[in-house]
Design a protein around this ligand. Structure first.
Ligand code: MLT
Length: 397
């Protein structure tokens, strides 16, 4: 008799974005003529940069010739990409990361979910709330207990340090969903906490390309001591339009250690490497060549233009909504707008009102955790004309 993982029975019936897609599809089926503006899931709409396209075309041609064909990619990624990442993302900021500490993967969603493979079930997990639902669901699937750290307008979106000791802490900055950031001295508090409590910080920096303010760290390794307590997740999805292409990377420093129940220290790098070589066969050669091209001078200029385009969308939404009295957060260093719902209207009710009356798809804040109740998230990843139209519809609401 096959036994199921009963932890799955404790999850919400659907993943947040699957539930939204279901409700939108129901609405669309009964209103086929209405023009829906989709500002729900944070999916990019601008095409891949030309530099990426050219590099991928060249790589496809190489795959068509025996002498330049590539089979399985190395588990941790090709050296050409890992060297480029180290040089551009870390050395330029004065951060030391070894090439061997980079693990190229098919997405930060997968990595932040899969990282639990190397962590014991008994770890106490602390999550800022609201939070990217993948962290919650994957820990629930593994049967771990979760403590929420409220991050709301009332505390300036600066979550408190845990009351109870936390072994694993997820931080995502710039934040999904609130679009807020953590200044350097705040991030240092977390690193110091982790050093003191021998905790692990899982730092999701998927949106670092959107940071505008000078005192906001792009990497947790800008903070002294972070190499001993933090794993960092990065992605090409939101930076370079790779949501469909799939390429990301995770940094696991050699100094980072966990413990056995008997107190023996174990390097997490070795465990993640073992897990990766067992369960993953690498990102395709063509995709990794495309990712490498993101760092070329042309690629950098093209990526910057796209990020600027989305940030202009964020400005249009933020300022347009503020001008007519909406309470709005985020959107200055992140591609997300966090909107307070009208008094007394719940997140899902407001989601329903926007869908049925304005034909706008947002993401209900409560889907990201209890402290998201009374909020709704809009993304700046839409097309410009849709962003302008949505702002106009909301203005009149
Ligand atoms: C989001 O909308 O929160 C993200 O697009 C989801 C993701 O990156 O997986």
């Amino acid at each position: 008799m096959v036994l199921v993982n009963e932890n799955f029975l404790k999850l919400e019936e659907s993943y947040l974005f699957a539930e939204i897609a279901r409700r939108v599809e129901t609405f669309r089926a009964s209103h086929p003529k209405e023009k829906l503006i989709r500002l729900g899931i944070g999916d990019v709409t601008e095409p891949l940069p030309q530099a990426v396209i050219q590099a991928m075309h060249k790589a496809v041609d190489e795959m068509g010739r025996r002498e330049s064909f590539h089979g399985y990619a190395p588990d941790q990624g090709y050296d050409f990409l890992r060297e480029t990442i180290v040089k551009n993302d870390y050395e330029t900021r004065g951060i030391h990361v070894d090439m061997d500490e980079i693990f190229v993967s098919d997405g930060a969603k997968c990595d932040t979910g899969n990282i639990g493979d190397i962590l014991a079930q008994g770890n106490r997990v602390a999550l800022t709330d609201p939070v990217y639902p993948v962290y919650v669901d994957t820990n629930r699937m593994a049967g771990r207990s979760i403590a929420y750290l409220p991050s709301t307008a009332e505390n300036g979106f600066r979550p408190p340090l845990p009351d109870e000791p936390a072994d694993v802490i997820y931080l995502c900055y710039p934040n999904n969903p609130t679009g807020t950031t953590l200044p350097r001295e705040e991030l240092k508090r977390w690193v110091d906490y982790a050093l003191e409590n021998r905790s692990l910080i899982l730092y999701d920096a998927a949106y670092e390309a959107y940071i505008r303010q000078a005192d906001v760290p792009h990497s947790i390794y800008e903070i002294e001591g972070a190499r001993r307590v933090a794993i960092e997740f990065r992605s090409f999805s939101k930076t370079a339009g790779f949501t469909g292409q799939r390429c990301a990377f995770t940094v696991v420093p050699h100094e980072l250690e966990g413990y056995t129940a008997a107190g023996k220290q174990i390097a997490l790098h070795g465990l993640w490497s073992r897990r990766t070589s067992t369960k993953f066969n690498g990102v395709s050669y063509v995709t990794q060549r495309g990712a490498q091209a993101v760092y070329s001078p042309e690629g950098q200029a093209q990526v910057k233009a796209t990020v600027d385009y989305y940030m202009e969308n964020a400005r249009i939404l933020r300022e347009g909504l503020q001008a007519c009295g909406w309470e709005v957060y985020g959107g200055t260093d992140a591609p997300y707008i966090w909107l307070r719902t009208p008094r007394g209207v719940s997140s899902w009710e407001f989601f329903g009102q926007l869908l049925s009356k304005l034909h706008i798809v947002g993401t209900p804040g409560v889907g990201f955790g209890p402290s998201g109740e009374g909020y709704l998230r809009l993304t700046a990843f839409g097309r410009r004309e849709d962003t302008l139209e949505a702002t106009e519809r909301l203005r009149k609401f």
